[in-house]
Design a protein around this ligand. Structure first.
Ligand SMILES: [Zn+2]
Length: 347
C-alpha cells in the first residue's frame, strides 16, 4: 500500500509570482486526481512538527528568528527565499507531514509514501533557510526513523537537480545517514563536488554525483545501477528517503538536465524494489523542487506508479534534440564519477 501526504494549507505559503508557488502542488495533485491514482492511495493526515522535533536538525536561534519574521508579516531570508506571515506554520506542517508519513511506514500502515509538501527543504541548513527552503523536511523524517523507529542506518537519495547542501551539511559527520546526491554541476548552490565525502564517522557516507547539463534518463539510470543502488545495498540501509525534485526534467526553466517521466519512473522503481528486498518496503519520497507544471504532473504520476508497482506511464519525448557532443561529455563525466567512487568505496 502506498500512502500520500497532502494538505490544502501547503498552498498558503509564498508568492504566486515566485517560481516555487502553490500552482506546482495544485498541478501535481490535480493530475493524480485526473488519472484516478489519487483514490488508490492511502491518505495520511499531516500534523505540525513539534519544536522538539525541529530542533533535531535546526538551531533554536534560527527557529525563533523564522517564527518572529513570520509573526511580523514576513521577510527575506536571502535574495530569493521569502517568508510570508503563513510560512512558519506551513513549514511546520510540511515537515510534520513527512514525519507523519514516516510514522505510518514504520507502523506498517503503508509500505511506502509520497509527501506532496511545500515549502521544500533540502537547502535548509541547521541555522539558515535558503534556496526556497525553511525547514529540512527529509532530514527530519530521517531523524525520526533513527530516533523513534529505532533504525540503525538510513539512506537519503537526492535527485533534485540542485545539490542538497542543507541535508549534506546536517549529516556530514554522521555514520548513520548515507547521503547520495545526483545533480547538475555549476548550478545553485555551488556545493556537491565529488570530493565532498563526509568527515569523521561520516567519511564515505556522502556521495556526490555531479553531472554537466544535458544528462538524460539513460545517464541517471546508469548512475543508479552502477552507484546508487549498490551503495545503499552495501550500507545496509533500513529505510530509504528521497529528496525528489522534478527540476531535472527536460522542460524545467531553472536547470538544463533532460529527464523525462521514464527516468523518474525507473529511479523510483529501482528504489521501490530495493526497499522491498532490504527494508520491508520502507521508502519515503519527499517533494523538493520542480518549476514546470507539466513536468510536475508527469513526474508525480511516474513516481506514484512506480511506488504502487504499476506499469510505467506512456513515455514522453524530450522536446528538443540533444547534441551528440553533449551526450558524450555527460558520458565521460559519469564514467569519471563511477570510477572515483568505486575506487574510494570499493563497490
Ligand atoms: Zn531544485
Amino acid at each position: 500500500m502506498t500512502g500520500v501526504v497532502y494538505d490544502d494549507a501547503y498552498l498558503t505559503h509564498g508568492d504566486p509570482h515566485h517560481p516555487e508557488n502553490a500552482e506546482r502542488l495544485r498541478a501535481a495533485v490535480g493530475h493524480l486526481k485526473a488519472t484516478g491514482l489519487w483514490d488508490q492511495l492511502k491518505h495520511v493526515p499531516a500534523r505540525p512538527a513539534t519544536l522538539e522535533e525541529i530542533l533535531w536538525v535546526h538551531s533554536e536561534d534560527y527557529v525563533e528568528e523564522l517564527e518572529l519574521i513570520c509573526r511580523r508579516g514576513g521577510g527575506n531570508l536571502d535574495v530569493d527565499t521569502r517568508a510570508t506571515s503563513e510560512t512558519y506554520e506551513v513549514a511546520l506542517l510540511a515537515a510534520g507531514g513527512c514525519l507523519a508519513a514516516t510514522e505510518a511506514i514504520l507502523a506498517g500502515e503503508v509500505d511506502n509514501a509520497l509527501c506532496l509538501v511545500r515549502p521544500p527543504g533540502h537547502h535548509a541548513l541547521p541555522g539558515q533557510g535558503m534556496g526556497f527552503c525553511f525547514l529540512n523536511n527529509v532530514a527530519l523524517a530521517a531523524e525520526l526513523a533513527l530516533r523513534r523507529g529505532h533504525r540503525d542506518q538510513v539512506s537519503i537519495v537526492d535527485w533534485d537537480v540542485h545539490h542538497g547542501n542543507g541535508t549534506q551539511d546536517i549529516f556530514f559527520d554522521r555514520g548513520d545517514v548515507q547521503y547520495l546526491s545526483i545533480h547538475q554541476g555549476a548550478l545553485y548552490p555551488g556545493t556537491g563536488s565529488v570530493d565532498e565525502v563526509g568527515i569523521d564517522a561520516g567519511a564515505g557516507k556522502t556521495i556526490n554525483i555531479m553531472l554537466p547539463p544535458g544528462a538524460h534518463d539513460g545517464h541517471y539510470i546508469e548512475a543508479f545501477e552502477e552507484l546508487v543502488i549498490p551503495l545503499i545495498r552495501a550500507f545496509e540501509a533500513e529505510m530509504i528517503f528521497v529528496s525528489c525534485g522534478f527540476d531535472g526534467h527536460a522542460n524545467d526553466p531553472l536547470a538544463r538536465m533532460c529527464l523525462t517521466n521514464t527516468g523518474y519512473y525507473a529511479m523510483t522503481r529501482m528504489l521501490t524494489d530495493l526497499a522491498a528486498q532490504q527494508c520491508q518496503g520502507r521508502l519515503l519520497i519527499v517533494l523538493e523542487g520542480g518549476y514546470d507544471l507539466d513536468a510536475m504532473e508527469r513526474g508525480t504520476e511516474a513516481v506514484c506508479r512506480a511506488l504502487m508497482r504499476l506499469e510505467p506511464p506512456e513515455p514522453e519525448h524530450v522536446p528538443f534534440a540533444i547534441h551528440q557532443s553533449v551526450t558524450r561529455q555527460v558520458d565521460e563525466w559519469l564514467q569519471r564519477n563511477i570510477e572515483l567512487h568505486r575506487e574510494r568505496l570499493g563497490v
